[in-house]
Design a protein around this ligand. Structure first.
Ligand SMILES: *Cc1c(COP(=O)(O)O)cnc(C)c1O
Length: 413
């Protein structure tokens, strides 16, 4: 580590409080200081490269510093960095809203509400659903149905809906009113009295990320759409992780031809370059907020930020290229087959370029060893997550598999 790197690490340990981090351990560690990035690689203070095997916590899509996204941000920065979305609009945000809603050519989700991150994208959907009921003659509908072990973000409301107990402990108890179910069967078994009070059902489609990359059964989403329609419950899809090509299609809901009442997008929306989120919704929901006393009182200082929207527009341009999504399935399959061959890796799970497998033992220790092999990812308990940028090359995939095999051999046998 360089002198400068050492200093940054020390300064950090004295001054910073990191997310989801045991600071006692952190203060005893030697922090890796990331100074620059290119493509699928992150570089430290000594210019040592590391493969970004979890897309910088599931955000990056086309590799770091993609020239088209960088150019879009630079151009926008010279033109307009930010102006309030309260009482005004800006060209980038309105264009992006049009582009996002146009993914549903039947006009099913014609409205886009911007916020800043995945948690707020979900908060918007919860609040819209609940408030809509209050002002559209269904005041009894005050509950959200959520799945066990779901993860929908960390703000107070979003974390109270999530079902990962270690994230909710201590404050999640005061939050939204939630009915939790484990499966489709359990949902279908809910009594009429309970369902009567339910405003919306929320799910991470195809795969629960934070719940150790657990796949839902095929057909689940379609069945949920049918159930929610029949029972008068809004369907909220949390595509914060699965959106923007990660599953091999633009959105996970397209795998089962499902269109929700709310679609929540964040992480990959800007290609991983800027914080930005969007909640898309239907005409019916939108119309229910018109008129006196029906306003949706929600928003943040940076709502509709032009820099974020410019990055998102460039991201969508890149996603429109055919080879982007083709690569997801090709490289995804290559990685899956490779992981299955490595002794000690259990229950390899995959959708698109989202992969997870279990190891016997400590995920943290495994990932620390992986770091020495110049691969960065973050475990969830004993699950190792592999979620590289969509542009990962075959050569990089082989490098990744080689590093994993080496660490497995040294640590798991
Ligand atoms: C990351 C994530 C969130 C929260 O997004 P933040 O941007 O971290 O607030 C919500 N839902 C899912 C499925 C996620 O993966």
């Amino acid at each position: 580590m360089s002198k400068e790197g050492e200093r940054w690490g020390e300064v950090d340990q004295r001054s910073v409080w990191h997310p989801f981090t045991d600071q006692e351990q952190w203060e005893d560690s030697q922090p890796l200081v990331i100074c620059r990035a290119k493509g699928c690689w992150l570089y430290d203070d000594e210019n040592q490269g590391y493969l970004d095997a979890n897309s910088s916590i599931w955000t990056n899509i086309h590799g770091h510093n993609h020239p088209a996204i960088v150019e879009a941000i630079q151009k926008q920065a010279q033109t307009l960095c930010h102006s309030s979305f309260l009482g005004f609009t800006n060209d980038r945000a309105s264009e992006l809203a049009l582009r996002l809603t146009s993914f549903f050519p039947g006009g099913e989700l014609p409205r886009c509400f911007f916020s800043d991150n995945g948690s707020t994208a979900l908060e918007v959907a919860f609040k819209m659903s609940l408030q809509w009921r209050q002002q559209n003659n269904q005041p009894e509908k005050t509950r959200i149905i959520a799945f066990e072990n779901a993860y929908h973000g960390d703000t107070l409301g979003a974390s109270s809906v999530g079902g990962v107990s270690r994230f909710v402990k201590g404050y999640g108890e005061v939050g939204l009113m939630v009915t939790r179910v484990r499966s489709l069967e359990q949902l279908e078994g809910l009594s009429d009295e309970v369902v009567r009070e339910c405003s919306a059902l929320v799910i991470e489609p195809l795969i629960q990320g934070v719940n150790q990359m657990s796949l839902w059964p095929v057909g689940m989403l379609k069945a949920l759409r049918k159930w929610t329609k029949q029972r008068g419950v809004h369907l909220i899809l949390d595509e914060v992780m699965t959106g923007f090509g990660r599953t091999g299609k633009m959105f996970a809901c397209q795998h089962e031809e499902v269109i929700p009442d709310f679609l929540c997008l964040a992480k990959g929306l800007t290609g991983g370059a800027m914080p930005l989120a969007a909640t898309l919704t239907s005409r019916e929901i939108y119309e229910g907020f018109k008129g006196e006393g029906k306003t949706f009182y929600y928003g943040h200082s940076y709502t509709g930020n032009p820099l974020g929207c410019a990055a998102a527009l460039a991201n969508l341009e890149l996603l429109a290229k055919q080879e982007t999504l083709e690569n997801v399935e090709q490289i995804g399959e290559l990685l899956e087959l490779g992981l299955q061959k490595i002794p000690g890796f259990k229950i390899v799970r995959r959708v698109g370029l989202i992969l997870g497998f279990d190891i016997e033992g400590d995920g943290q220790a495994f990932c620390a060893a992986l770091k020495k092999e110049r691969v960065l990812t973050r475990p969830i308990l004993n699950t190792i997550v592999i979620m590289p940028p969509l542009c990962l090359s075959e050569e990089e995939a082989q490098f990744l598999l080689g590093a994993l095999a080496k660490v497995a051999k040294a640590n798991l046998s």
